[in-house]
Design a protein. Structure first.
Length: 320
């Protein structure tokens, strides 16, 4: 059942739900704006030890501000309900776009990656690990921005873990081997997850698949991904090497920083010529009207254009 109010916020609709709780779109009557509210499940709220750690994490995450990440406005605790009040982003998730397009062009992949990377780099420099980078947590806005969403299971490095021992944090298909083995994550774990997203943007599938969760888990731990060039013609051979490095089982064998992955994709793969192009993804109208998270039907997730990419290149050399 969808509540009418969460604290002072007027609930508009349910946006989604996951292991930690539900996410609602709501109206803030005081500031007259729409926000997203992630409400924790009751079993977490009743766990005082969990809530103490959650408040500490939320305080650290609320200090983050970057154009390519969603902002956290407030920590909500009211009438037995607890959660985070966050920026509401209008647009479509990358997951939604991939369902429509199956595969993206190299140009589109680069334009999206070029905005995800600085957002990831920003939080990593502040000792925050997202731990759940995946297409459904990457939002493409109507004005051409790309934002990383849902820091609900993010962790400040050095803090106590929010999850129980033995729990796999994140979404299995995008989890790094060390996350599966230890339940932990570090910046290079986010890089691994992001490489899975790059792989999916170019091929329409994740690097490791299976008929069951246990089969996927074994593949992540033991198998090597099929080369991108075996699944899609026309890609530079260097793309295989670059993505395979980011997907290395051992974090020490990956790129040390996510910017290095993007620079290699841009410069060494031969894809730098795509920086000259302005690219957009057309979305077809859907039955039922509006797109996900506030995007209108038939609108363009656009422009993934040279201005956005040049903004990223400038951001690489600017210390936020």
């Amino acid at each position: 059942m969808i509540p009418d109010y969460i604290g002072r916020y007027e609930v508009q609709c349910l946006l989604g739900e996951g292991a930690f709780g539900q996410v609602f779109a709501a109206r803030d009557p005081a500031l007259k704006r729409i926000v997203a509210i992630k409400v924790l499940r009751p079993n977490f709220v009743k766990d005082e030890s969990f809530m103490e750690r959650f408040r500490g994490e939320a305080s650290s995450l609320a200090a983050l501000a970057h154009p390519n990440i969603t902002l956290i406005y407030d920590l909500l605790e009211d009438g037995g309900q607890s959660g985070m009040v966050m920026e509401f982003v209008r647009g479509h998730t990358l997951e939604h776009v991939l369902k429509l397009k199956k595969q993206l062009t190299a140009e589109q992949m680069l334009a999206i990656a070029a905005q995800v990377a600085p957002g990831m780099s920003y939080v990593h420099r502040r000792n925050v690990v997202h731990r759940d980078i995946k297409p459904s947590n990457i939002m493409l806005t109507a004005d051409g921005m790309v934002k990383i969403m849902d820091f609900g299971i993010a962790r400040v490095q050095g803090s106590k873990r929010l999850t129980r021992d033995g729990a796999v944090v994140g979404t299995l298909a995008y989890c790094a081997p060390e996350q599966i083995k230890t339940g932990e994550g570090e910046p290079r774990s986010d890089q691994y997850s992001f490489a899975c997203v790059v792989y999916e943007m170019l091929t329409g599938r994740t690097p490791f698949a299976g008929r069951s969760s246990s089969a996927v888990l074994r593949a992540i731990l033991d198998d090597e991904p099929e080369p991108l060039t075996a699944l899609r013609s026309g890609l530079p051979l260097d793309v295989d090497r670059i993505v395979a490095k980011a997907l290395a089982k051992n974090p020490n064998d990956r790129y040390q920083h996510v910017e290095d992955l993007i620079v290699d994709l841009r410069d060494e793969s031969g894809m730098q010529r795509h920086l000259k192009l302005g690219v957009a993804v057309e979305l077809k109208p859907e039955k039922g009207g509006g797109g996900e998270h506030g995007g209108g039907a038939g609108k363009r997730v656009a422009p993934f254009a040279k201005d956005a990419i040049l903004e990223y290149l400038r951001a690489l050399t600017y210390d936020y």
